[in-house]
Design a protein around this ligand. Structure first.
Ligand code: NAP
Length: 305
């Protein structure tokens, strides 16, 4: 039998991956938070994926971190702020040749996870697929997209990419995954916090053209300083293109705040400001944006980290 995929986190992306792998007869195990969640999961009978308006139940076996089975292949599908702790609870189960696939948005959590499990190979991912939960253990596949995977320290692609092909998960092995993650982070920093502060859709930022341009200039400086010049190329033009192309959408950070959910600010804007300060780079507008966003989140009673 082929190596089982352990999926850590039964949220939107975890469910999207688990159900498609299971549908292709790839062995999958779902790791949930604790015994209470496991009981609730078992009562539901599996994970449900809603695609093109049709719901399909997949009875993927569930377990908690306390289960005994060794883990060779782990998809980490938690939010960035949960990843390090969630993986630490599984460290004792990882085999000496274990591989982790880290789906977290932004940067910072991947290195924190890798430090927890020095024996494992950590593969970073950047995804444009979209999904959301419309109930417990139930996910709607909302936006088709692509997932890039890569390992900054080791350019050879892993054998299990064939499982993704079998499961119909569109993907590509990327030799410049850090550049992709930095570029995505920069786009996020230029758009998402402003949509929260101005309480608008992405297209609303067309009214704040100068503010966006100033942020793009500082982000370009940051990317160049931290060894990511390719991620800096034509950043402002791409930000403007994204604002136009997604004018009717609410950004993910806007949606988190609107739904009173914790944001991933520390791994996005927070990470950019931290790296800038490490390089002794003075980026006043980016820092001010972070302060404004933190104050706004606090005023709403939401975590600001
Ligand atoms: P999500 O729906 O909130 O799911 C996260 C899951 O992790 C939840 O089910 C949560 O459990 C679980 N979890 C947290 N700590 C855990 C632990 N210790 N043990 C077991 N499970 C644990 O998040 P998501 O939207 O899938 O996002 C995951 C990452 O992908 C984020 O970094 C996000 O930015 C990125 N991303 C998401 C999308 C998307 O469309 N959703 C697209 C691109 C990138 P509970 O259910 O018990 O809370």
């Amino acid at each position: 039998m082929s190596t089982p995929w352990h999926i850590l986190g039964a949220g939107s992306l975890g469910t999207l991956w688990a159900t498609r792998l299971a549908r292709a007869d790839v062995p999958v195990r779902l790791i949930v938070r604790d015994a209470t969640r496991l009981q609730a999961y078992q009562a539901a009978g599996g994970l449900t994926l809603v695609e093109h308006g049709e719901a399909q139940l997949y009875p993927v076996p569930g377990e908690t971190a306390d289960s005994d089975e060794p883990i060779r292949r782990l998809l980490v599908a938690c939010k960035a702020y949960d990843a390090e702790k969630a993986v630490a609870r599984l460290a004792h189960r990882l085999t000496s040749d274990a591989e982790l696939i880290l789906l977290q948005n932004g940067l910072g959590s991947q290195d924190a996870v890798a430090t927890q499990v020095p024996q494992a190979r950590c593969i970073f991912a950047s995804s444009t697929e979209g999904a959301f939960r419309d109930g417990d253990w139930r996910v709607v596949f909302a936006g088709h997209g692509y997932t890039w995977l890569g390992d900054a320290g080791h350019p050879v692609a892993p054998i299990w990419l064939e499982d993704l092909s079998a499961a119909g998960i569109p993907h590509e092995w990327s030799t410049d995954i850090l550049t992709r993650l930095w570029r995505k982070l920069a786009l996020n920093c230029a758009i998402n916090p402003l949509t929260v502060l101005h309480e608008c859709r992405n297209g609303g930022l067309q009214q704040h053209h100068c503010e966006v341009a100033t942020l793009c200039a500082e982000l370009t400086e940051l990317l160049e300083r931290c060894g990511q010049p390719a991620a800096a190329e034509n950043l402002r033009e791409e930000v403007e293109r994204v604002i136009q192309a997604t004018a009717a959408n609410f950004s993910s950070m806007y949606q988190d705040v609107a739904n009173q959910r914790r944001t991933e600010i520390s791994y996005l804007l927070g990470h950019a400001c931290k790296v800038a300060s490490r390089h002794q780079l003075n980026l006043p507008h980016l820092n001010q944006l972070q302060q404004r966003l933190i104050a706004h989140l606090r005023s709403l009673g939401l975590p600001s980290d």
